[in-house]
Design a protein around this ligand. Structure first.
Ligand SMILES: Cc1cc2nc3c(=O)[nH]c(=O)nc-3n(C[C@H](O)[C@H](O)[C@H](O)COP(=O)(O)OP(=O)(O)OC[C@H]3O[C@@H](n4cnc5c(N)ncnc54)[C@H](O)[C@@H]3O)c2cc1C
Ligand code: SF4
Length: 493
């Protein structure tokens, strides 16, 4: 701990962002950087509190508290304070393969459990993480590190999201030959075709993939295992398989009028936008919000990404409907530190929409009743009703419709951002991979072994839709068990 009174002497400095009205004119990243001096000051705010919940990565009341990759946060805060950036980078890479992703998109449960945040403002951990790794790339400290020897074992990783990438990087470092299969045209999973460019520039993903290729990982895109490549062909060809296929089956809203044109899943909207952005012109996207009044159904992060994307495409109006109540502005008493704070937030998309249209696009406690169409079969709006929430005797929550709150909202593009129902079926059904009651792959955390010998599972496909940082955690831990299966023991961290 460099400066004993740092947390008393200095205030938290928020991550600077590009101006709201400027950034919605493009898809460039929204973040800006702090200077080295400012970062050193922010690093000095770490108290080295002795019980660093920030790096614990535990689940409290089902919510993540602390960093799931157990980043050595107090250590690198201190190193940044002292200007020892290269040492900070080495400590960062010792627990997290891809801090350039988490330093941009992680919701930072570490900050929610930072001891400085107990009575004041948390240390700006996520910002420091991103700056450490970006400095590493700028200075040329991040170089390919191929393994010194090869075991001769072949591993197939199916799916190239953060779980698959982390598993591949670790297994490759252990000397196995790793082939990553991806059905999309580019690797990255939701890092590429889910999270929009303004949160994670796709060059950042491509930079990492290039580095992994230079280390010996082979990427094969445009191949859907179970469709283009027989699943039972994998086992004779490979000594072990890691399934990291994500949990991208979208939840639908089966209401009257669902068949109308102009109603799309959020993921299709976001993927098409990024696909066209990467091929040169997002305006050619097949699902455009340009000149449209957009209704986003779902108040979560995917909904927010839709709001921000629709703004950049030039929508005329926006509303985001959420059936749940808004979180309170302060931590409620049943959500104490170091739990993840369940408080009201204005995320980047809502801030942009408020700046563009004069108000936050969100409407809470609103349920959609039906989609309304015109004579041409196009959606023109939704009927809604207000709800209140009641807790039942068994502890479950129930939405009660409030008579007299019926309303019609006009809109000619409706985006469904209602969450996900687990991994898609073809591969799992054809191979007979056992699933659990949530329809995710049955593979206990710790062994990551599926019902098929030599086949492991990691990431959202195993735990359900989650976070990039958990996908990295699972990819690393799964690689360890896969290595143990192949070699009888493992040295992987
Ligand atoms: C719109 C959106 C925004 C998000 N924003 C954030 C955020 O800001 N921060 C955060 O931490 N998390 C965010 N998440 C969640 C995060 O992206 C996921 O938890 C994470 O990507 C899961 O990683 P994964 O590797 O398990 O799966 P995925 O990233 O889903 O990757 C799975 C890959 O497997 C491929 N695949 C599937 N089946 C096959 C097959 N049979 N053959 C070959 N390939 C196959 C898919 O094409 C996909 O590329 C977001 C999710 C969404 C949908
Ligand atoms: S990965 Fe996420 S939780 Fe971990 S230190 Fe970085 S921002 Fe915090």
């Amino acid at each position: 701990m460099g400066k004993i009174t740092g947390f008393l002497d200095f205030a938290r400095q928020e991550t600077p962002e590009r101006e709201l009205e400027v950034r919605i004119a493009d898809f460039g990243e929204i973040y800006r950087s702090l200077s080295s001096e400012e970062l050193s000051t922010q690093g000095s705010r770490c108290m080295d509190c002795s019980v660093p919940y920030c790096q614990s990565g535990i689940l409290l009341h089902g919510m993540t508290s602390g960093c799931p990759t157990h980043n050595l946060i107090p250590e690198w805060n201190d190193l940044v304070y002292r200007g020892a950036w290269k040492d900070a980078l080495n400590r960062l890479f010792s627990t997290n393969n891809f801090p350039e992703f988490t330093g941009r998109v992680c919701p930072a449960p570490c900050e929610g459990s930072c001891t400085a945040g107990l009575h004041g403002d948390a240390v700006t951990i996520k910002q420091i993480e991103r700056e450490i790794v970006e400095r590493g790339f700028r200075e040329g400290w991040v170089q390919p590190r191929p393994p010194k020897y090869r075991t001769g074992k072949q591993v197939a990783v199916v799916g190239s999201g953060p779980a698959g990438l982390a598993a591949a990087a670790q297994l490759n470092s252990a000397g196995h030959w790793v082939t990553v299969f991806e059905r999309a045209d580019r690797p990255g999973g939701l890092l590429t075709y889910g999270i929009p460019n303004m949160k994670l520039d796709k060059d950042v993903v491509a930079r990492r993939v290039k580095l992994m290729e230079a280390e010996g990982v082979r990427f094969v895109c445009h191949i859907e295992i179970g469709v283009d490549y027989a699943v039972d062909g994998l086992k004779p060809d490979f000594d072990a398989v890691v399934l990291s296929i994500g949990a991208n089956k979208p939840r639908d809203l089966d209401l009257e009028g669902r068949e109308l044109a102009g109603i799309h899943f959020a993921m299709d909207f976001l993927r098409e936008n990024t696909r066209h952005l990467l091929s040169g012109d997002f305006r050619r996207t097949s699902i455009s919000a340009q000149e449209k009044h957009v209704i986003v159904i779902g108040g979560g992060d995917t909904g927010t990404d839709c709001v921000a994307t629709a703004l950049r495409q030039g929508c005329r109006g926006l509303v985001q409907l959420e059936v749940l109540e808004a979180n309170p502005s302060e931590r409620p008493s049943d959500n104490p530190w170091p739990e993840y704070p369940q408080v009201y937030k204005v995320d980047y998309g809502q801030a942009e929409a408020r700046n563009r249209f004069g108000q936050d696009p969100r409407a809470h406690t609103v349920a959609t009743k039906r989609f309304i169409g015109n004579n041409s079969g196009m959606v023109v709006g939704v009927d809604t009703i207000g709800v209140s929430w009641k807790t039942l005797a068994n502890g479950q929550r129930q939405a009660i419709e409030i008579p007299g709150t019926e309303a019609t909202i006009s809109g000619d593009l409706v985006l469904l951002a209602l969450g996900y129902l687990g991994p898609e079926d073809p591969l799992l059904d054809r191979w007979g991979v056992q699933r659990n009651s949530s329809s995710n792959i049955q593979a206990p955390y710790g062994s990551f072994a599926t019902s098929i010998d030599g086949v492991f599972a990691a990431g959202d496909a195993r735990r359900g839709q989650s976070l990039v940082v958990w996908a990295i955690n699972e990819g690393r831990a799964c690689a360890r068990e896969c290595d143990r299966y192949l070699m009888g023991s493992t040295d992987l961290p």
